[in-house]
Design a protein around this ligand. Structure first.
Ligand code: AMP
Length: 358
């Protein structure tokens, strides 16, 4: 099902969210500001999103009857993580408008499909890549692309998980072993100058909006800080992100991660068909934040302003970092966001802070 271009879902409508983590929580909080109510679908009870939402369904994603019942009670359905099983999303989309659509999931769930789509259909540059299904393929691919190169599982990799940097021929066997026979992709190693991202949205009418350029710094493969506006924002990255969204006929907020090379050229690393960690600073920047922007896009509302009033820096609170909440809360121009997770775990995103930079 789809919303027509003329439809604007009124306040009081129910937004279904597949997935109940922190992104679902912040989507739900933004939706409630506009008078919507949210229904979270997640196998686990009382996760970060359910704690702030009106309704919750706890069932496995493979429980098609539960998915149908959930979607029947929603005016629109969205998702907060890209590994929602495709059948689950398609099932929900058969009884309620599903935004972004199932195609975006197909593309984003598989690095090979994603890179092929971005390069061939959206016509946006990506690192050179080769599919790899065996150690024999891997040897051939390393010859073609040269070393160093990065071997990644096609599916279910995030924050550097399921990745192996191959520096010498001696790394080929251990790298393939690390994939545990999962279909993989070999990518040319990009000696980038910096990592940047674009958070942009496309609405039901095709209207688009993008925030200024964001610069991202990772620590131990996990996003550490995002700063916006980043230096040297000439609008090129936003243009490429919108080119990808248009090729996908995308509705909602999408994140596009880029490598910027020494000569200033841009290569897309990956897309995320959802709100994104590098866009959390928008919450305190004095414009429509990325969560509200997504809700506006999927309910047919006008998108609103994506121009921040301040320079912002977001820092993730990973694991024990969250124990500093008292000190952070006392800091001027620092906004604390905590996700209400029950246990602190090493490497787990527990919250973030947004600082206004003066
Ligand atoms: P990903 O899971 O693809 O987002 O990769 C996680 C991180 O690994 C990126 O943010 C980069 O820092 C690094 N990385 C991924 N792919 C490459 C590549 N082809 N060349 C160099 N570094 C990479």
């Amino acid at each position: 099902m789809t919303l027509t271009e003329q439809t604007m879902l009124p306040p009081g409508s129910t937004i279904g969210i597949l997935g109940g983590g922190q992104l679902g929580r912040m989507l739900s909080l933004a939706a409630s500001r506009l008078g919507f109510q949210c229904h979270i679908f997640d196998p686990k009870w009382a996760g970060p999103a359910s704690k702030v939402s009106r309704f919750e369904t706890n069932a496995e994603y493979s429980d098609i009857e539960a998915v149908l019942n959930f979607a029947k009670n929603c005016d629109v359905v969205t998702y907060e993580f890209e590994n929602v099983p495709n059948l689950t999303a398609k099932t929900a989309g058969s009884v309620a408008p599903l935004y972004p659509g199932a195609r975006a999931l197909d593309v984003a769930q598989d690095r090979l499909t994603e890179k092929t789509f971005i390069q061939n259909e959206a016509k946006v540059p990506v690192a050179r890549f080769e599919p790899v299904n065996s150690v024999h393929d891997l040897r051939r691919a390393t010859k073609k692309l040269g070393l160093p190169a990065v071997l990644k599982t096609r599916r279910l990799g995030y924050d550097g998980k399921g990745q192996y940097i191959i520096k010498t021929e001696g790394d080929i066997e251990p790298a393939w072993d690390a994939m545990q026979n999962a279909p993989a992709i070999l990518e040319q190693f990009i000696a980038f100058k910096r990592e940047i991202s674009v958070i942009a949205a496309r609405g039901v009418t095709g209207e688009t909006a993008a925030y200024p350029l964001i610069e991202n710094v990772h620590k131990n493969h996990i996003l550490h800080t995002s700063t916006c506006p980043a230096q040297g924002d000439d609008g090129r990255a936003q243009g490429l992100a919108i080119q990808i969204m248009s090729a996908l006929n995308y509705i909602g907020v999408m994140a596009t991660e880029f490598f910027e090379l020494g000569d200033g050229s841009l290569i897309v690393n990956e897309i995320a068909p959802r709100v994104h960690n590098s866009g959390h600073w928008t919450q305190d920047a004095g414009c429509i934040d990325q969560f509200e922007l997504h809700i506006r896009a999927i309910t047919g509302w006008p998108l609103g302003s994506t121009q921040p009033k301040h320079k912002m820096e977001m820092t993730n609170l990973i694991g024990d970092d969250v124990k500093n909440w008292e000190t952070l809360a006392a800091e001027t121009h620092c906004f604390v966001h905590l996700y209400g997770k029950n246990d602190i775990k090493h490497g787990r995103k527990m919250g973030h802070i947004n600082r206004i930079m003066r």
